[in-house]
Design a protein around this ligand. Structure first.
Ligand code: AHR
Length: 370
């Protein structure tokens, strides 16, 4: 399909940007400036934030080109995920246009539009939030470019707008976090049911980015497991946006408000459930400043399994870490190749994950690499 270009200046700027990136990296280009009748696309505001192109040393002139829109670099998890996708593309001889959206959905939309103009073979993107993608995905569909959704899911009324999703099962991660508590508090649960314990266990939750599927799924999975256990009560929940700085800020605010006691609305916090390691680590920093003993004075359950969190678990400062696996770049590239060769990919591919906790033999935990 031929797409009309409304703004030649913008298109020229985009072509220039892409050409210069390609020239720097020594990779070939697909349509832009080649004279081939495969150009066009409407760019609403320049080239978005396309921030690099990675191709294998052996990338051939006509090799596959993938546009990859990543949300940013908010955590060690995210950086590892980006590296995994870039390396997998290099290993597979696939050229990758990489765009870092710096936590802004509008940047992702711009990047996707630039990929459409460039007529990449496949678009791969991590939706920072679930809603608001239909228009740009319709544009990709009209341009005949298949889309793979990665890591976080989207909400859409038209499932045909993307080929498939690959990433973690955030709902299961939330369930796993809660199941650890069932094990840890087995005696308290029994005592509560028998009327021998007359106080509930108060939970403080640090949510990830609101509006993201990962936050929604981790929120729901956790609640679905504890809802049948009256001895647990989520007394406080706040978004820390998956950021260490926000985890720290929330802890500072709560500790200051409660005179350094980690009490919310008169309720002493027994358990912290955090949707990712950076927020957990930021929170722990503050607890330590107040001479709290995390892992003992308060139980801590986190998600991601970054090395720093695993190390804190080994030293008794975190009680459980649910793995969220960022290293699935090779699987993404396999899906890309299937689509390019005309095949179909599964609607959902979930990565394999495990749970690390204080009850296990730490010697079996391999270095995490992030
Ligand atoms: O979407 C995955 C989450 O995003 C990871 O848990 C977190 O670290 C990242 O920011």
């Amino acid at each position: 399909m031929h797409i009309m270009v409304r703004n030649d200046r913008l298109r020229a700027a985009l072509v220039l940007l892409i050409c210069s990136v390609l020239a720097i990296s020594g990779c070939s280009k697909k349509a832009a400036g080649s004279g081939a009748d495969r150009t066009g696309g409407e760019v609403s505001s320049g080239a978005g934030s396309a921030s690099g192109l990675a191709g294998g040393d052996g990338a051939e002139k006509n090799s596959i080109i993938v546009g990859f829109s990543q949300i940013g670099a908010e955590s060690a998890w995210r950086t590892c995920h980006t590296e995994s996708v870039i390396k997998a593309a290099q290993d597979a001889g696939i050229q990758l246009l990489y765009a870092n959206a710096e936590q802004k959905q509008e940047n992702q939309i711009k990047a996707i539009r630039s990929f459409i103009v460039y007529q990449v073979d496949v678009i791969v993107f991590v939706p920072i939030v679930s809603d608001g993608w239909d228009n740009v995905l319709k544009e990709a569909k009209e341009a005949g470019i298949p889309v793979i959704i990665v890591d976080r899911k989207i909400r859409t009324s038209d499932e045909s707008l993307y080929a498939g999703f690959i990433g973690s099962d955030g709902y299961t991660e939330g369930c796993s976090a809660a199941k650890f508590l069932l094990r840890k508090y087995e005696d308290e649960i029994a005592a509560f049911r028998a009327g021998r314990l007359n106080r509930v266990l108060n939970i403080l939750e640090l949510r990830g980015t609101d509006g993201s599927s990962m936050t929604d799924d981790r929120w729901l999975g956790f609640r679905d497991v504890i809802k049948d256990y009256e001895c647990f009560d989520i007394v406080y929940s706040e978004t820390g946006d998956f950021l260490r700085s926000r985890g720290k800020e929330i802890a500072q605010k709560l500790m200051a408000e409660s005179g350094g006691k980690l009490v919310v609305d008169g309720k002493p916090i027994d358990i912290i459930y955090s949707h990712n390691d950076p927020m957990t680590l930021g929170f722990i920093e503050v607890l330590r400043d107040y001479s709290f003993d995390p892992g003992k004075d308060v139980t801590i359950v986190s998600i991601d399994a970054e090395q720093e969190a695993i190390d804190l678990m080994k030293s008794g400062k975190i009680n459980c870490v649910v793995e969220c696996n960022p290293k699935f770049g090779p699987q993404v590239m396999e899906l890309v190749q299937t689509l390019v060769s005309g095949g179909q990919i599964p609607r959902v591919t979930n990565t394999v994950e495990q749970v690390f906790n204080e009850f296990q033999n730490f010697g079996t935990i391999a270095p995490r690499g992030y």
